[in-house]
Ligand binder design. Structure first.
Ligand SMILES: *Cc1c(COP(=O)(O)O)cnc(C)c1O
Length: 404
C-alpha cells in the first residue's frame, strides 16, 4: 500500500494571503463605495518592455518555420543566453563566471525550492526571520526541519537569524553552526540590504565552517547604493561556498513569462565532488529546459534597448518606493527599505500587532498591505508595503495614510 510523504502534513496552512483576501472582500462588501488601494502586491504590474516583446514576436515566428523551429532546449540553457549572462551580470562586476556554471531555469522560486535536493537530509539550515517562505517550506517537504511549534511559529531543527531593528535588519552570524545558509539581498520582505564588507563576513564564515550559502539575488536590479554588492561573487572566496540564484521576474517583469538562473561555481565542492555536477545532473534529469521563446526574450533584456527600458521600469517602481518611504517618514513612522528594493518595511505604531495595523489601515485609509508576522515570528510588529502599484494610487494611498 502506498504511503504519502508525511512531511507534507507537517506544513502549517499558508493563511497569509488568503486571510488578506478574505478581509479585503468582507470590507468591500460592507463598504462598496470605498476605493481600496493595494500596496501589498508582490508582483510587477508594468507590461513587458518593447524590446522583450519584439524578441518574443521574432521567436514565435521562428517556431512557425521549419528551418528555424526549435524543439527541446538544452537542459542547462541556450549558450546565447548563458554567455550574455556571464558578460552582463558578472564580467561587468569584475567577476569571471563560466557559461557552464550558469543553469537557466523557469525562475528563482523553483531553483530556491529545489536546490536543497543536492544536500544531505541531515544538513541543518539557517534562515533569516522574517523570510521568503519557500526556503523553509521546501526543506520541510524534504524532512530536514524537525517539528513545527505553532505557539512560536518555528521549526525545531531550523536556525533562525532574527532581522529586526536591533540587528539593522541584517542577520548576525548564528551561534549554532548551520550547514546551509539562506540569504536574500536586497531582501524580501524587509527591503534591507547589506554592504559588501558585511557579506564578506558571511563568505568568510561559510568557508571557515564548511557551510554553503544559497544567495537569492532576485532584487539585484533595484540596488541604488554604491557599497551594496550586486552578486555574492564580488566577495573574495565566494566561489568555494556560495550558490547564487537570479530571476528575470522583478527586473524585467517576467513573473508570468518565467525565467531565472542559478550559478553553481565549479570550485564549490564537498570533498572532491563538485556541486556543479550534482546540479547539472539534477537539472538534466528533472528539467527539460526553459522555453526557447522565453530565453530569447531573456537575452533581449540585455540588449541596449532592453537595458534602457527595464531600467526605466525599475525607476518607475523606485519612484513609488520613495513616495512611500518619505511619506511615511514625514508622518512619523519608523521605516526601512525602499532604497535598494521595492519593499518598504515599517514599524507598526502604538504597539499594534501586524494584523491590528492591517485592519486599521484597511478600515481608516482603505489601503492594503502585508502583515510582517506573516513572514516569520520576528516580523511581528512590522508591516510591508510594496512599490509595484501605479504612481497615482501610491500617491493617493500615502496621502490617506498621512491624514490618519
Ligand atoms: C519574487 C521572488 C522570487 C521569485 O521569483 P521567480 O523567478 O518569479 O520564481 C525569488 N525570491 C524572492 C525573494 C522573491 O521575492
Amino acid at each position: 500500500m502506498f504511503k504519502i510523504n508525511e512531511n507534507y502534513l507537517k506544513l502549517p496552512g499558508s493563511y497569509l494571503f488568503s486571510t488578506i483576501g478574505k478581509k479585503v472582500r468582507e470590507f468591500t462588501e460592507a463598504n462598496p463605495d470605498k476605493k481600496i488601494i493595494r500596496l501589498g502586491i508582490g508582483d510587477v504590474t508594468l507590461p513587458l518592455a518593447p524590446a522583450v516583446i519584439d524578441a518574443l514576436h521574432i521567436a514565435v515566428e521562428e517556431m512557425a518555420r521549419k528551418d528555424t523551429f526549435k524543439g527541446y532546449a538544452p537542459d542547462l540553457g541556450y549558450d546565447f543566453l548563458r554567455q550574455t549572462i556571464t558578460e552582463n551580470d558578472y564580467r561587468t562586476r569584475g567577476v569571471t563566471i563560466a557559461t557552464d556554471e550558469i543553469f537557466v531555469s523557469d525562475g528563482a522560486k523553483s531553483d530556491s525550492a529545489n536546490i536543497q535536493e543536492i544536500f544531505d537530509v541531515n544538513n541543518k539550515i539557517a534562515v533569516c526571520d522574517p523570510v521568503y517562505p519557500v526556503y523553509v517550506d521546501s526543506n520541510v517537504m524534504a524532512g530536514r526541519t524537525g517539528e513545527y511549534i505553532p505557539e512560536i511559529g518555528k521549526w525545531t531543527n531550523v536556525i533562525y537569524m532574527p532581522c529586526t531593528k536591533e540587528t539593522n535588519f541584517a542577520p548576525e552570524l548564528p551561534k549554532e553552526q548551520p550547514d546551509i545558509i539562506y540569504l536574500c539581498f536586497p531582501n524580501n520582505p524587509t527591503g534591507s540590504t547589506i554592504t559588501k564588507d558585511e557579506l564578506q563576513k558571511w563568505v568568510d564564515y561559510a568557508n571557515k565552517v564548511g557551510a554553503v550559502i544559497i544567495y537569492d539575488a532576485a532584487y539585484e536590479a533595484y540596488i541604488s547604493e554604491e557599497n551594496v554588492p550586486h552578486t555574492i561573487y564580488e566577495c573574495e572566496g565566494a566561489k568555494t561556498c556560495a550558490i547564487e540564484i537570479r530571476s528575470f521576474s522583478k527586473n524585467a517583469g517576467f513573473t508570468g513569462t518565467r525565467l531565472g538562473y542559478t550559478v553553481v561555481p565549479k570550485e564549490l565542492k564537498s570533498g572532491d565532488v563538485m556541486l556543479n555536477s550534482l546540479w547539472a545532473r539534477r537539472h538534466g534529469t528533472k528539467f527539460n529546459g526553459a522555453p526557447y521563446i522565453t530565453q530569447a526574450a531573456g537575452a533581449a533584456v540585455y540588449s541596449e534597448a532592453g537595458k534602457k527600458q527595464t531600467m526605466e521600469q525599475i525607476a518607475y517602481y523606485m519612484k513609488n518606493a520613495t513616495i512611500i518611504r518619505e511619506g511615511l517618514l514625514s508622518a512619523g513612522y519608523t521605516v526601512s527599505g525602499g532604497v535598494n528594493a521595492p519593499y518598504i518595511w515599517l514599524e507598526t505604531p502604538k504597539g499594534m500587532t501586524s494584523w491590528q495595523f492591517f485592519d486599521y489601515l484597511l478600515e481608516k485609509a482603505n489601503v492594503v498591505g502585508t502583515p510582517g508576522s506573516g513572514f516569520g515570528p520576528s516580523g511581528e510588529g512590522y508591516f510591508r508595503l510594496t512599490a509595484f502599484g501605479t504612481y497615482e494610487n501610491t500617491l493617493e494611498a500615502i496621502e490617506r495614510i498621512k491624514k490618519l
